[in-house]
Write a protein that binds this ligand. Structure first.
Ligand SMILES: Cc1ncc(COP(=O)(O)O)c(C=O)c1O
Length: 460
């Protein structure tokens, strides 16, 4: 291992990375090549002989780039995808260069110190209990899984059942409840945690869990109960009424988990904090840093009020691992034993932004969503169909076929990239504002693209 060995490949990677980043504001968002064409460019056969590292980097970048979608474009609105802050990206490169297995605080104090501070800062920013356990996961799906694993462990332990030792079979059945608009990741996490699909208790037209429905389901439940609530519906952006739902659920002895993949960040903004009022009363929370905080993939955050519940559900121990010294190890706070130090870019983003910067980021995303909604509403023949309370805007034309065509037209034009979806029984073109660069100018370009689409399709 020598300096020279790394110098040229890293320089090559840096040059390609800069070309990519420089191209983002103006490049077409849609990829130019499909998978098979990219495989052809990469070369399908594993060569017998190897190649020079720098040539490999050039070849990789040149072959793959035409197949990339410009997810970091400030006019990318598909799924829920954040961009990348420079400090976070650079920190992520350091994480790769340091190549630490961040599982153990004793083995690698440097990166774990940064991650633990990032966790403390997140709790403080979001107004969640300072003593809660924080674990970094691959995303909100695995953060939801961590929360549900802690939940099942705690509710069964209260009844004298040790699920870690004995498994679920033969134990008291858990009633798992959620609103009708529950995100698919809660379904996945429920499956993985052995809770199965949640029993849905109803929701209002925006997707907020039905309180009478929840009340009735809690009253009907006979054994342990886990309730999944939501901060930020993927279509409407709405928030469950935590201040009412959580006391209701806790009075019935239920564990409350909050999926806030992007919506939890409302808690970091004094102007938006009312949206999550009362969420601090829950038992566990999940969010993503790779969405709203704009750190590179992959980075989710699992938070559990009582760290001992996290330890019971996720903790591990083996003769060759460091003996836990009173404080949870990173491998006690995540489903993985070994993992990259993905919390370090979170530290860097938070350090670069500061408390005000995070609030400004979240406020800016919401302002952009409102700007899109106002612009779209002024286009004849189009309708914003959700109440824009956060970062999500759903747009519809007069009928489903025209709405679908609108989304298809926009992605083909590629100035802006929303996704098509179905919401409340109708087709919608769904805009999720999650990129730090989506400012008033980008909003204006997006509205202009939608107006051109409407004209081209004869909508207006
Ligand atoms: C509300 C909600 N929960 C969970 C997730 C899953 O997050 P991830 O893709 O990071 O696993 C998403 C993703 O968009 C989401 O919107």
């Amino acid at each position: 291992m020598s300096h020279d060995e790394y110098e040229d490949p890293l320089h090559a990677a840096r040059a390609h990375a800069m070309d990519w980043l420089d191209s983002l504001p103006e490049r077409r968002i849609q990829p130019e090549l499909a998978i098979e064409a990219v495989k052809d460019r990469l070369g399908r056969d594993l060569p017998v002989a190897g190649d020079d590292a720098t040539r490999v980097v050039h070849h990789l970048a040149e072959a793959v780039e035409p197949g990339l979608i410009a997810m970091q474009s400030p006019r990318f609105y598909g799924f829920v995808i954040g961009g990348t802050y420079p400090a976070a990206l650079a920190a992520d490169w350091l994480v790769s260069a340091w190549d630490q297995n961040a599982g153990s605080r004793q083995a690698t104090p440097g990166v774990v110190a940064a991650e633990e501070l990032a966790g403390d800062w997140l709790l403080s920013l979001l107004g969640l209990p300072a003593e809660a356990g924080v674990g970094f996961s691959t995303g909100a799906t695995t953060a939801n899984l961590s929360g549900l694993l802690a939940a099942r462990s705690a509710v069964l332990r209260r009844l004298g059942w040790d699920v870690e030792r004995d498994g679920l079979a033969g134990g008291p059945p858990i009633t798992f409840l959620a609103g009708d608009s529950v995100h698919s990741s809660i379904l996945s996490a429920g499956q993985l945690a052995g809770l199965g699909r949640p029993r849905t208790v109803g929701a209002d037209p925006q997707g907020r869990i039905s309180l009478p429905g929840l009340d009735a389901a809690l009253a009907a439940a006979t054994g342990p109960v886990v309730v999944a609530l939501q901060a930020g519906d993927v279509h409407s952006g709405c928030f469950d009424d935590f201040a009412s739902a959580i006391p209701l659920a806790r009075a019935a002895g239920a564990w409350v988990h909050v999926d806030g993949a992007f919506g939890l960040w409302a808690g970091a903004s004094p102007a938006l904090r009312h949206l999550v009022e009362g969420y601090e009363l829950a038992d566990s929370w999940a969010t993503d840093a790779h969405k709203t905080l704009n750190v590179p993939y992959d980075c989710g955050v699992a938070i559990v009020r009582d760290p001992s519940d996290m330890l019971a559900a996720l903790g591990t121990q083996a003769a060759y691992l460091p003996v836990r010294a009173g404080v949870l190890e990173p491998f006690d706070r995540a489903v993985e034993l070994s993992r990259r130090a993905r919390g370090v870019p979170v530290w860097a983003a938070l350090r670069a932004l500061g408390r005000d910067g995070v609030a400004g980021l979240v406020d800016g995303l919401v302002a952009a969503a409102r700007g899109l909604a106002a612009g779209f509403t002024a286009i004849p023949g189009l309708q914003v169909v959700n109440d824009v309370v956060f970062t999500q805007v759903c747009l519809a034309a007069v009928d489903d076929a025209t709405t679908t065509a609108l989304g298809d037209w926009l992605r083909a034009d590629s100035t802006a990239w929303p996704s098509n979806s179905t919401w409340q029984g109708r087709q919608v073109v769904r805009f999720s504002v999650s990129n730090r660069g989506t400012d008033a100018a980008q909003v204006a370009r997006t509205v202009d693209a939608v107006a051109r689409a409407a004209a081209a399709l004869g909508i207006s």
